[in-house]
Write a protein that binds this ligand. Structure first.
Ligand SMILES: NC(=O)N[C@@H](CC(=O)O)C(=O)O
Ligand SMILES: [Zn+2]
Ligand SMILES: [Zn+2]
Length: 349
């Protein structure tokens, strides 16, 4: 198989950032993604519908072309101060897709995140009532918990109780990295889903740490051992429709990653579908890519599948060494390396 035509995919977890970064990040996303769930971890955070509307306008204004519909779906950043009114207002807006939970201190720009999840149970009850999904960065932040165990600990300590207490709340465990997460999502039924990034499918912690530390592979949740990577590969290419695409493409300037204290986040928006194709090809599962990238996400979110297609071809091409990011630049995943699939027809520009 040398060409592959897919219903246009969407990206159900992405960081576009703001200001001059949007020129690059929006263009990379809009090249072939239909809808993008835009993460709200700006500084200051996107905590209510008004801020989300303003951010969405900045994204749309940054687009070079509006010929094809590129649909940014926004999220609200859950804080200790989120009110029931914030949730009810958000639920009325079609382009406002979900509410995002960052445990305070868990990841990039999570300082404004949640300190006590239990204190927010009344807010989760409202979300359940109005059917606004909860998206979760699922890691505990206790200093005593090893960084490689933080996702599994979160599932047991926080996610399982939420699922039990709010039986109708739709939940997406974002960017899963462990077999524990795969098993949990499988056992939790169709209202609990998970996104899987391309880099967690492509890489494990040996890639990051053996033979020298690779700061451009550092992200959160951190890459895990190979057995966990294999569980993610099994989930992405398997039968369970709860697992779908979410790139977690997260740009940081080159100097901020190549630093004594490097930022967490991997940029994949320049070739996200190509990366997934590479993994699915390696697993002889290219026939499953459309379900993962284009069908399961809209089905979970209760939104229509896209009506047009994109085409990939098996062809060697080289990823640029750097990509502009505002006045600076970033180092994209697989910078300077050869990829074997390329989107050759992205539909209308
Ligand atoms: N994944 C990351 O390592 N970083 C993300 C934040 C996040 O998704 O946790 C970012 O915003 O840079
Ligand atoms: Zn996250
Ligand atoms: Zn993210």
């Amino acid at each position: 198989m040398d060409t592959l035509t897919l219903i246009r995919p969407d990206d159900w977890h992405s960081h576009l950032r703001d200001g001059s970064a949007l020129t690059q990040t929006s263009a990379d996303m809009a090249r072939y993604m239909g809808r993008v769930i835009v993460m709200p971890n700006l500084v200051p955070a996107v905590t209510n519908a008004r801020l989300a509307a303003e951010y969405r306008q900045r994204i749309l204004r940054s687009m070079q072309t509006t010929a094809r519909q590129f649909d940014p779906l926004m999220t609200l950043y859950l804080t200790d101060a989120t009110s029931e009114a914030d949730i009810r207002e958000a639920a009325e807006i079609d382009w406002l897709a979900a509410v995002k939970l960052y445990p305070a201190g868990a990841t990039t720009n999570s300082d404004a995140g949640v300190n006590s999840l239990e204190a927010l149970y009344p807010i989760l009850a409202t979300m359940e009532e109005v059917d606004l999904p909860l998206l979760v960065h699922g890691e505990v932040t206790d200093q005593d918990v090893d960084i490689f165990d933080r996702e599994a600990a979160f599932i047991g300590e926080h996610l399982a109780p939420i699922i039990d207490r709010f039986p109708k709340l739709r939940v997406v465990l974002e960017h899963i990295t462990t077999r524990d997460a795969v098993d949990f999502v499988k056992s939790a039924g169709p209202r609990v889903a998970a996104t899987i990034t391309a880099h967690h499918l492509l890489l494990n912690r040996n890639d990051m740490l053996v033979g020298g530390i690779k700061p451009h592979y550092y992200c959160l949740p951190i890459l895990k051992r190979r057995q966990h990577q294999e569980a993610l590969r099994g989930a992405a290419t398997g039968e369970d429709r709860s697992f779908f695409i979410g790139t977690d493409s997260a740009p940081h300037e080159q100097h901020a990653k190549e630093s004594a204290c490097g930022c967490a986040g991997v940029y994949t928006a320049h070739a996200s579908l190509e990366f997934y194709a590479e993994v699915f090809d390696e697993l002889a599962a290219l026939d499953r890519l459309e379900d993962f990238a284009s069908l399961r996400g809209p089905d979970f979110y209760g939104r229509p599948r896209n009506g047009d297609t994109v085409q990939l071809r098996r062809v060697d091409w080289t990823v640029p060494a750097t990509i502009p990011l505002g006045d600076s630049e970033l180092v994209p995943l697989r910078a300077g390396e050869t990829l074997h699939w390329q989107v050759v027809d992205a539909g209308a520009p």
